[in-house]
Design a protein around this ligand. Structure first.
Ligand SMILES: [Zn+2]
Ligand SMILES: [Zn+2]
Length: 398
């Protein structure tokens, strides 16, 4: 069994010179993502969720023709014998009165093409990322699984198009039993973690994924998974999600959910973010009912279980370099130069070597972040939480 780090939700900004996802960085091209995963992020697997756009699909075919990518027998596409690309699609579905985002992943080019052909019949522009499809959630799950893919809700709890956040109290309310049985996993999203999600009993049987939803190179792997697989292929990924034959999601690495931009309820009038125990439904500052409900508050409303001991993989909270106070782009470059990948810096680099590379103050921030000892101010209403340059006990560092 091998252990690899994987981030399965990365967007493209551009493919073959044309825009794919308007609000994503133009530097986010398929070749750039692959190279960034290999050199900077230390990922062994990356899911591109714009592979079923017209530009993304064409670029994938070009890289395969040119030999930059190699189709694996077990599914997936290998880059430089270091990173496996998993081709995917994020799609917005419409059920009665609500829209939600879903992810589909495909192991073979033919499966992806078969899915894209069905998708393009129900969207207005196949060039754009996360298209609104004239599909209900159940139609999406059917289209993906019938073409041999894996289907799952994206950022399941966020108020912006998360299935629980904006659609339903239960997946079972949205999907008939056959479709429900085909759901391959749940993507937690930046504002939730496993402990929170295990408050829903219908999720007990599902694997959890922690992915970045990156719209720029920097944000790749800000959340990621550790898989144990027989080999880094699509079929092995599918087995891991089913926890079959010893394959499994061995750990989830994610932002401290308090950093997520929808963690707590926030007021749309005055901007106040709730601090009282959840669920909070009105603004604690001005009393307005015009609020964006937080993920923690939403979960407190719909919970039907209390998480006990389970075989669930550990969820490791991490604070990516980009979020750490006093660590700018230049310092990050120095760190990459000294230690290679972001994962090596965050999890492995010894304190003494960090000190030698970037000085005592930066090294201390990284070590405190690794130990979960920095103070976090919760996010809400579309504004990310913040990491403060202070110990979580309130004690200043400098
Ligand atoms: Zn989305
Ligand atoms: Zn996305």
């Amino acid at each position: 069994m091998i252990r690899i780090y994987a981030d399965l939700h990365v967007h493209l900004g551009q493919a073959l010179g044309r825009p794919v996802k308007i609000p994503a960085a133009r530097t986010l091209t398929l070749p750039a993502v692959l190279e960034h995963c290999r050199r900077r992020k230390g990922l062994g697997m990356v899911g591109i969720v714009d592979a079923a756009t017209s530009g993304g699909l064409e670029e994938l075919r070009r890289l395969l023709r040119g030999g930059e990518l190699r189709a694996l027998e077990g599914g997936g596409f290998r880059y430089e014998e270091a990173v496996t690309l998993i081709a995917g699609a994020e799609v917005e579905t419409a059920d009665e009165g609500c829209r939600s985002h879903w992810l589909g992943f495909f192991g073979r080019l033919q499966a992806l093409e078969g899915f894209a052909a069905r998708l393009w019949r129900v969207v207005s522009n196949p060039q754009f990322s996360t298209p609104r499809a004239a599909w209900r959630a159940r139609d999406f799950v059917e289209a993906v699984t019938e073409t041999g893919g894996l289907a799952l809700p994206a950022h399941a709890f966020t108020p912006h198009r998360g299935v629980y956040g904006s659609c339903a109290d239960r997946l079972a309310a949205l999907l008939p039993p056959p479709a429900l049985a085909r759901v391959a996993a749940i993507e937690l999203g930046l504002s939730a973690d496993s402990e929170m999600a295990d408050h829903l009993s219908e999720l007990r049987r599902l694997s959890f994924l922690s992915n970045s939803d990156a719209h720029s190179l920097d944000k790749i792997a800000r959340e990621h998974n550790l898989f144990e697989l027989g080999e880094p292929s699509f079929d092995e990924l599918a087995r891991a999600l089913r926890a079959e034959g010893g394959r499994r999601v061995a750990a989830n690495f994610g932002l401290d959910p308090r950093l997520g931009k929808y963690h707590r309820t926030a007021c749309n009038r005055c901007g106040e973010v709730a601090a009282a125990p959840p669920p909070v439904r009105r603004c604690p500052g001005c009393g307005s009912a015009d609020v964006t409900k937080g993920v923690r508050d939403r979960l407190a409303e719909i919970a039907d279980a209390s998480p006990g001991p389970s075989g669930r993989a550990p969820y490791v909270h991490q604070l990516p370099l980009e979020y750490l106070p006093g660590i700018g782009r230049k310092t990050r470059e120095r760190l990459y130069g000294a230690f290679g990948s972001e994962l090596a810096i965050l999890h492995q680099a010894p304190a003494e070597e960090l000190r030698r590379a970037v000085g005592g103050k930066v090294a201390e921030v990284i070590i405190l972040a690794r130990q979960g000892r920095l103070a976090v101010i919760p996010g809400g209403g579309g504004v990310y939480g913040r990491v403060e340059y202070a110990l979580s006990t309130g004690h200043r560092i400098d």
